[in-house]
Write a protein that binds this ligand. Structure first.
Ligand SMILES: [Zn+2]
Length: 452
């Protein structure tokens, strides 16, 4: 049996914090430790206690004075948009047509898909994210590349082939039948293999015909073990267009409800312009609204109204939405979440932020027994944070007096430089990336453009 003992300041959540002083919501050990056995958390507690419990052969890694937390979880992003991040000047529908539907066509090439998939996984790890839910492109090759890259790193990843059979270039369209057949084959190949989970992924109502939505209904019925993901109510023009394509639906949410796609495994990106009726439908079906702060600001979409979801009892998670989102960092994402809520008079406490990135997102995925908190039996997916990673942070931290303040500085000023180490199933990953920044070989792909 291999044993690894990580020493540092350990923080892990037990429940959602009810207010800024809710110390019952988390466990914190100032001189703490996590004992890892065979890739799983065996015990968490005081270092002095765990040092006695661990066998004499245990390897000890001293991360003091850094914070040891569960690995971050990202519940919505697009792996084929890794190189289209920071595309200038357009709102959702124009941005899709101008940049994204051009970029995603490159993923018909397995070589390109494999190259980007490797870089994508490494970027997640560099930012302390150990699990994510991603859309692949319409091409089955992109799904193979995605899960193969995750498997190589032993990461718990969720994803699926996007299904889209209209309102997109020919090279990005499947049909109701091929979308169904390819999805079935990919589920058979990947779902449950190692740590992989499949997500049935009709992109959104605008790019799926009623025939494809019908096939999505069949897929969801045939595969209740799989996740389902789509987009809902991100942008006002999108809402108008989607509802015009499905005139019989009461509203945008009703389109997905009509095809029986809502449920506790459903993740709906954005959910900005929903009526109380729509949010109540999400609450009744236990569907999850996904708040994507940097994307909603970058694409000029709108402001997620978290308090209304809480009031109506609907579930929500948080995500980067790369490449509409502008950073792979969940810390930077929560910095923008704070501002989006603040401008609406809503409060996001530091502890609530760290709960959302870890246990909150794990609960949204129904994976809280495996990831998102450091409890005995959990997978040892761990992020180690350095709140003094940049000179400006080090200077600011000299005045910090509480853990809450430190967490807020990390969230507001931090990025990938604040991630000192990342463990996936007990294996250190970030230090390896620092030595070999491009695990998958050449730093450039044949598809890279030369900048003149
Ligand atoms: Zn998205």
């Amino acid at each position: 049996m291999s044993q690894l003992l990580l020493r540092g300041r350990v923080l892990t959540f037990i429940d959602a914090p009810k207010n800024i002083d809710d110390t019952a919501a988390y466990s914190y050990f100032e001189d703490g430790a996590v004992l890892i056995e065979n890739g799983k958390v065996a015990r968490v507690g005081e270092y002095a206690t765990l040092a006695r419990v661990a066998g004499p052969q245990a390897e000890i890694v001293d991360h003091r004075p850094h914070l040891i937390l569960p690995g971050f979880i990202d519940t919505h992003l697009h792996f084929p948009q890794t190189q289209a991040i920071a595309s200038y000047g357009a709102q959702l529908l124009e941005w899709l047509n101008t940049y994204i539907f051009v970029e995603e066509q490159k993923f018909s090439s397995s070589a390109h898909a494999n190259f980007i998939a490797g870089r994508f996984m490494d970027e997640l790890l560099r930012n302390g994210t150990t699990s994510a839910v991603a859309y692949c492109s319409v091409h089955p090759e992109s799904v193979d590349a995605y899960f193969a890259a995750a498997e190589k790193r032993n990461m718990l990843m969720i994803g699926g082939k996007v299904m889209m059979d209209r309102n997109a270039p020919e090279g990005l369209r499947d049909t109701a039948q091929t979308g169904y057949d390819e999805t079935k084959a990919l589920i058979a190949k990947w779902h449950g293999r190692g740590r992989a989970h499949y997500a049935i992924s009709p992109r959104f109502a605008i790019t799926s015909t009623p025939e494809q939505m019908e096939m999505s209904r069949v897929l969801v019925r045939e595969h209740p073990e799989c996740y389902v993901q789509t987009h809902l109510s991100e942008n006002r023009d999108e809402v108008a267009y989607a509802t015009s394509l499905y005139p019989a639906a009461k509203d945008y949410t009703d389109i997905y409800a009509d095809y029986d796609l809502l449920g506790e495994k459903m993740l709906l990106g954005h959910c900005i312009f929903l009526s109380d009726r729509e949010i109540s439908v999400l609450a009744e079906t236990r569907s999850v609204a996904v708040f994507c702060p940097t994307s909603n600001l970058f694409l000029g979409s709108g402001l997620f109204d978290r308090d209304r979801f809480q009031k109506l009892g609907a579930r929500f998670s948080v995500a980067t939405d790369v490449g509409g989102g502008t950073s792979f960092s969940m810390l930077e994402t929560m910095a923008e979440a704070y501002k989006i809520l603040h401008v609406q008079g809503q409060r996001l406490t530091p502890f609530a932020s760290y709960y959302m990135m870890t246990l909150g997102n794990a609960r949204a995925l129904g994976l809280e027994d495996r990831i998102g908190s450091l409890h005995a039996g959990a997978d040892a997916d761990i992020t180690v944070l350095d709140s003094r990673a940049k000179p400006a942070m080090e200077l600011r931290m000299r005045t910090a007096t509480t853990l809450a303040e430190e967490l807020f500085v990390l969230q507001t000023m931090g990025d990938d430089r604040s991630v000192a180490e990342v463990y996936v199933a007990g294996k250190p990953m970030k230090s390896g990336l620092d030595k070999h920044p491009f695990l998958d070989g050449p730093a450039r792909s044949p598809a890279d453009l030369q900048i003149a």
